[in-house]
Design a protein. Structure first.
Length: 408
């Protein structure tokens, strides 16, 4: 706000300039006010109120650097000028300079301990200068002054969220939302806190409420789509990801996520397209090569799949998924001699998927190594237990024939 009490001076033109400035400020004609006030401070450079109002006018004109200089002059002339300290501190915060803002907001808070806005901004400056413990106490002070101030509950929630104190964050965001249902950012805070608590259902619900008010927040929409994907809600994930893709296709991680969701929906040509897009920006990503290989396998592009799995393994030699994919591609190409050593290694690893025993058995079967074929078919049947009915039926038939051939 503009400073109202302007002392008179002996210069004949200054009183008129001050009246002109005050009238212009009352009409929010900041340009006219600034012009008059510049003349005043040139004539009377020690006039504190004129410097303050010049800062206020410059702020209205979005001339921030000049506003800061004017406010600094005002508080230099009167170190206890509360309005000057507060406005200067808030302006420096808006200019992303919380360290410079801190001393002015601390002084303002000291000058008026019961001034809620000053105390709130002081707390925000403490957060941004890394003084979390003091900031927490400061926000609690603000809430003692005004228990119904939603902004203070929200800021406290943000502080707890940064500290990964998710339960406390959730409580503060909920209180902020209860105090001000229009504060939709509190829904986003609750979403992130719930996610931190591994409560994905509530996280999704809060994200949905937040996005109803902020449909253009693409980062949050992307985040929600990933949660949908984790929950197996592939259709919702696809819809959300495509909304982001249409607006901002270059979003980091988006193409890979679309590859994943299209694969889960068995839209393999689309999945291949998106994985290839993702690899343009991350050509060395082992997981992307492996995922593309799996999609190519589903498309029956066996030699291309093999190449992707081999690339994945050169970048991550310990990837069991890539090794399994490569073994599968070799097996499906009927290159049984090459597939068998890989499959043998894979079934010796902890908790191998039962289907690997079927592939190993079938490979031996096709090479007429009957005893090993029988052993692996039987092992597959022991482990599968209804997981792969078609393969279990085939294995059962082969076991009968092999036992007969081996006179079991």
């Amino acid at each position: 706000m503009a400073h109202e009490s302007l002392p008179q001076t002996r210069d004949a033109d200054v009183p008129q300039l001050l009246r002109t400035a005050q009238d212009a400020l009352s009409k929010k004609d900041f340009a006219a006010a600034a012009e008059a006030l510049k003349q005043v401070v040139e004539a009377q450079p020690t006039l504190t109120a004129a410097w303050f109002n010049l800062g206020y006018a410059y702020t209205g004109l979005h001339r921030q650097e000049e506003a800061v200089a004017a406010y600094r002059k005002a508080v230099e002339l009167d170190p206890n000028l509360f309005e000057g300290r507060l406005n200067l501190g808030i302006l420096l915060m808006q200019m992303d300079n919380p360290q410079a803002a801190l001393e002015h907001l601390e002084k303002a808070a000291t000058l008026k301990p019961d001034h809620v806005r000053a105390q709130l901004y002081y707390g925000r400056a403490l957060v941004l200068t890394g003084q979390a413990e003091r900031a927490e106490k400061q926000f609690q002070t603000v809430l003692r002054l005004d228990p119904k101030l939603a902004a203070a509950q929200y800021d406290l929630g943000q502080l707890y969220l940064q500290q990964k104190r998710y339960q406390e964050a959730l409580g503060s965001f909920q209180k902020a939302s209860d105090l001000d249902p229009a504060l939709s950012q509190a829904q986003l805070g609750m979403a992130l806190a719930a996610e931190g608590l591994k409560d994905k259902d509530n996280a999704v619900a809060h994200f949905e409420q937040y996005l109803a008010a902020h449909p253009d927040d693409l980062d949050s929409r992307f985040h929600l789509a990933r949660l949908y994907l984790e929950q197996g809600k592939s259709a919702q994930a696809y819809e959300g990801l495509m909304t982001v893709y249409r607006a901002k296709p270059e979003t980091p991680g988006l193409a890979a996520a679309l590859g994943d969701v299209c694969a889960s929906l068995k839209k393999f040509p689309e999945s291949e397209k998106f994985y290839r897009q993702a690899l343009l920006s991350s050509p060395g990503a082992s997981d992307l090569h492996r995922a593309l290989g799996q999609t190519l396998l589903e498309e029956d592009k066996l030699t291309e799949a093999e190449a992707e799995f081999r690339t994945a393994l050169t970048r991550n030699t310990g990837s069991r998924e890539a090794a399994q994919g490569l073994a599968s591609s070799l097996y499906l190409q009927k290159r049984y001699q090459e597939a068998i050593p890989m499959l043998e290694a894979l079934v010796r690893a902890p908790n191998p998927p039962p289907i690997l025993f079927f592939a190993l058995a079938s490979s031996y079967d096709n090479l007429h190594v009957l005893q090993k074929a029988l052993d692996n078919y039987e092992r597959f049947l022991q482990l599968s237990n209804g997981q792969s009915p078609d393969h279990e039926w085939q294995a059962t038939q082969r076991v009968k024939l092999l036992r007969h051939q081996l006179k079991k």
